[in-house]
Every structure is written in structure tokens, then in C-alpha cells.
Ligand binder design. Structure first.
Ligand SMILES: Cc1cc2nc3c(=O)[nH]c(=O)nc-3n(C[C@H](O)[C@H](O)[C@H](O)COP(=O)(O)OP(=O)(O)OC[C@H]3O[C@@H](n4cnc5c(N)ncnc54)[C@H](O)[C@@H]3O)c2cc1C
Length: 442
């Protein structure tokens, strides 16, 4: 049976691999001239690092299972240390033992350091408030505010959720970002108790891990594997139409050069491109409004500065609302976070990664001032800089994307057509890989 996979990001590569393992004759169409999508290597001052995704959540086990099947299991490592948060009035370590910034021990010293005693005492009221009922809080913001107060929400949860999901906790459904939290609350009776339970139930080790060398090695291994499985990879070949036949016959995928008929099609292009191709298969969904794309720039710096050897801000810093002297939304001290990278960079040499909203160029002076301010050191100079620009045409938690997904759930897609990718599966590689495996099995 012929299968066509549209889009050669992680979702498309995983789907192509799964279909080929199942015996299908697979064609993988990729619009650009490279595979991997938002997972890509970048080079700064002679050091190769991830320019896009740099870690994956262990949650659900899908990425770990994939990495093991690709022969990279022995190279999986966790970060060394944890991150800080840059508040308007101080920069402090994020408390240990939390979930999305929600503390499990509201009175702990590291929580007080961020929200002060009054914030801690208010958060402790969570332990005294009447038992929660299932489904009482649909959104994360109202849940945290109601149980633990504004300071926990604004100083801890919002910076983490903004950084990981690019979204305001008030807009984010609890189940989308913290699966299991609602039911754990019912059992535990409190929010902090639920966090404790989920933490205890999580696999040992840190929540996010990577592969020595970077996540882009997973893409390299996937590319090698799909080639070995005989997948016909066509770069620079966008799909321009997907036409289901009446009576569930083969689907026709149109490219500039030829039409391909297939019994199975996995549409793994990013949201806007995928919707543009659903005009025939799901016309009502394809007509729905798209969200504003989330554009961002990762600025990579190589810095030769011994002061950074001590990792003054752990693995990096998240900027909270109100910290207006800094434009970067986050800084990752990559050589502090990943010991294998520090070894490659050599003594005294460091890689920093600053995240900015939008894709317009940020002046060197701004980047260096941001890095110095976030790291709490007087002044910093860089040996090299590399910018990597990204755009997500349908951020998974944007209200429009969620409306599109809800409409899709009510729509019967033509036999043989399945959807994959972050816009349908959810933010991050854990969701993307699990979703692509499912789509290829349907
Ligand atoms: C800066 C950054 C940091 C991130 N960090 C993390 C992280 O640390 N951990 C984590 O889990 N996730 C992270 N993510 C998110 C993660 O990278 C993505 O969720 C994931 O890579 C999305 O994969 P995808 O296959 O769904 O989409 P994409 O990677 O966008 O792939 C879609 C592909 O489809 C192709 N395409 C589009 N239209 C067509 C067409 N008509 N025909 C053929 N091909 C087409 C595109 O060219 C692209 O290659 C990060 C993302 C960014 C941008």
C-alpha cells in the first residue's frame, strides 16, 4: 500500500517511520530543503547546539521509547541544576518540587524567597480551603489564583507557563498543560497535595531530558532510519492539494511535479499549511480563522568568560511580567544546563541562548545588556552570535487553534487521512511524537 506523509518535521518523520515499519510504501514530501522542522542544529563560534527544541518531556514515554528504538537510549541525559526567575524586584531560583511553578510545599524557604511570607501564607490556605470538586476549575489561572493567590500565579506560574507554552495561564485549560492534575486534586483534596502526588508518580529523573549532542541528533537518526526503510524522501516538494476520492477510494496528493495516489495520507505540515490542504477533506474546518502566528528568535551567544563557570543563574532565567529592563523572555545557560556541552565548549567557554518575541533583529547591545542583567553580572562580551528565527503558524493553545481542533473532533475525515503535528497533538515533542505514532496507526 502506498502512503504519503506531508511535512518532514518530527511528526512527519515519526509517521513515515511507523508506516514504513508497518510495510507501507512511503513517500515523504517536505516543502523546504531540510528535514526536522523546528528541530535543527545551529552553530555558534564553532560549537554545534540546538537552534530549535533542545529537550523533551519524559511524560508519557513516547520520546524516550523512540530515542531508544533509534539506538540513542544510552545518550539520554537530564539537565544539571534548575532555572531562576527574574522578577521586577529580584532574581531568584525557582522552587524545587513544583509543577509548572505551582509549589508542593507553599511554606518552604525557596517558595518564600519568590513570593514572600505573605504570599506563602496565602498559598498555604490551599491546605485549609474546602475540598475541591472535579471540573471546578477549567483554566489554570483561576485555579492557582483561587487556591494559592495572586503572588503564586504571577511570580511563579505565569513565567513558567509563558515560557513553556507561550500562553497566559488565565487562557490555558488545566487538562492541556497538566494532565492528571484535576483528578489528583480530587484524590488529594488540595492543589499542593495534587502537585506532590503527580511529582511522586512521575518517572525518576528530571521532567525534561535531552540527548548528548542535542535533540537534532534524534532527527538525524530518524532521517537515517527512514532512508534505510526505503522511504522516498522528496525535499523542496510541497503538497499543494489533497483530494479525497468519493466512496473512500485512494486520496490524491498533488505536487507541482506529479499527482500521487495513496491509500494512507498523514498530513503533518504545520497548522496553517495543513488547514490550507484540508479544503476538500474538511471544508468547514478549513474555513475557520487561524490564530496569529507565534514568531520568535533564538539568539545564541558564545561567551568566553570565567565568571560563568560558576553558573550564577543555574540553567537559566525566565523573565516574569514587570521585569521591564530586559527584552529577552528567557535566557538558557546552555553550557551550565548540559554538562556534555560544557565539555565540548572547553574551560571558560560558554553558550547562552536568549529568546525574543518576533523575528526582527535585536541589536547586539540589547542582547548583551539582557544577558548581563539576567545573569547578574556587570557586563558581558560575546565571541560569536547566531540568530535562529522561528514561526509557529498555529500555536496549540491559542483559542483559534483550540476551536479548530474542537471542530475537527466533530468532523469525520475521509478514510485513510490522518493529521499529525503540534497544532493537533499539543505543545512539545512528547505530544508531537505520541500524536504522530497514533496518526500513522489509525
Ligand atoms: C525555539 C523553539 C524551541 C522549542 N523548544 C522545545 C523543547 O525544548 N522541547 C519540546 O518538546 N519542544 C520544543 N519546541 C517545540 C517543538 O520543536 C515542536 O513542537 C515540534 O518540533 C513540532 O514538530 P512538527 O513536526 O509538528 O512541526 P514542524 O517542525 O513545524 O514541521 C512541519 C514541517 O512541514 C513542512 N511543510 C509545511 N507545509 C508543507 C507542505 N505543503 N508540504 C510539505 N511539507 C510542508 C514544513 O516545512 C516543516 O518542515 C520548540 C520550538 C521552538 C521553535
Amino acid at each position: 500500500m502506498r502512503a504519503v506523509v506531508i511535512g518532514g518535521g518530527v511528526a512527519g518523520l515519526v509517521a513515515a517511520r511507523r508506516l514504513a515499519v508497518g510495510g507501507a510504501d512511503v513517500v515523504l514530501l517536505e516543502a523546504s530543503d531540510r528535514l526536522g522542522g523546528r528541530v535543527a542544529a545551529a552553530e555558534v563560534g564553532g560549537i554545534v547546539v540546538d537552534g530549535g527544541a533542545e529537550s523533551f518531556a519524559v511524560r508519557g514515554g513516547a520520546v524516550l521509547a523512540l530515542v531508544q528504538r533509534l539506538g540513542l537510549g544510552a545518550d539520554v541525559v537530564g539537565p544539571a541544576g534548575s532555572a531562576w526567575v527574574a522578577l521586577a524586584d529580584r532574581t531568584v531560583p525557582l522552587p524545587a518540587g513544583g509543577l509548572l511553578g505551582i509549589p508542593s510545599s507553599p511554606l518552604a524557604t525557596d517558595v518564600r524567597r519568590v513570593v514572600d511570607t505573605r504570599g506563602s501564607v496565602r498559598a498555604y490556605a490551599d491546605r485549609l480551603l474546602p475540598l475541591l470538586k472535579v471540573g471546578r476549575y477549567e483554566r489554570l489561572g483561576p485555579l492557582v489564583r483561587g487556591r494559592m493567590g495572586d503572588r503564586v500565579l504571577e511570580r511563579l506560574v505565569a513565567p513558567v507557563v509563558q515560557n513553556v507554552y507561550g500562553a497566559d495561564p488565565d487562557q490555558v485549560p488545566v487538562d492541556a498543560v497538566a494532565p492528571g492534575l484535576n483528578s489528583a486534586m480530587t484524590t488529594a483534596g488540595t492543589l499542593s497535595g495534587a502537585v506532590l502526588r503527580l511529582r511522586a508518580a512521575a518517572p525518576p529523573g528530571s521532567a525534561a531530558q535531552t540527548v548528548v549532542g542535542g535533540v537534532h541528533r534524534v532527527v538525524e537518526a530518524l532521517v537515517a532510519e527512514v532512508a534505510a526503510l526505503g522511504v522516498d524522501v522528496r525535499l523542496g516538494t510541497p503538497a499543494i492539494g489533497v483530494h479525497p476520492a468519493p466512496d473512500d477510494g485512494p486520496i490524491t496528493v498533488v505536487t507541482a511535479r506529479e499527482d500521487l495516489e495513496a491509500g494512507r495520507v498523514v498530513l503533518a505540515a504545520d497548522g496553517a499549511a495543513a488547514l490550507g490542504l484540508l479544503g476538500d477533506a474538511a471544508p468547514d474546518v478549513a474555513r475557520l480563522p487561524l490564530p496569529v502566528p507565534a514568531a520568535s528568535t533564538a539568539v545564541l551567544l558564545r561567551v568566553d568568560d570565567r565568571r560563568l563557570d560558576a553558573a550564577p543563574r543555574g540553567t537559566g532565567v525566565l523573565r516574569a511580567a514587570g521585569r521591564d529592563d530586559v527584552r529577552a523572555t528567557a535566557l538558557t545557560h546552555a553550557t551550565a544546563k548540559w554538562p556534555w556541552l560544557a565539555e565540548r565548549a572547553g574551560p571558560g567557554s560558554h553558550v547562552l541562548r536568549l529568546a525574543y518575541r518576533g523575528t526582527e533583529a535585536v541589536p547586539d547591545a540589547t542582547v548583551l545588556a539582557d544577558a548581563a542583567a539576567l545573569l547578574g553580572i556587570g557586563r558581558i562580551d560575546a565571541v560569536a552570535r547566531a540568530d535562529v528565527r522561528w514561526s509557529d503558524s498555529a500555536p496549540p493553545l491559542a483559542p483559534e487553534t483550540r476551536a479548530i481542533r474542537a471542530a475537527l473532533a466533530r468532523t469525520r475525515l475521509p478514510e485513510g487521512l490522518a493529521l499529525a503535528g503540534s497544532w493537533v497533538a499539543g505543545t512539545g515533542l512528547a505530544s508531537v511524537v505520541a500524536g504522530a505514532e497514533r496518526a500513522a496507526r489509525l
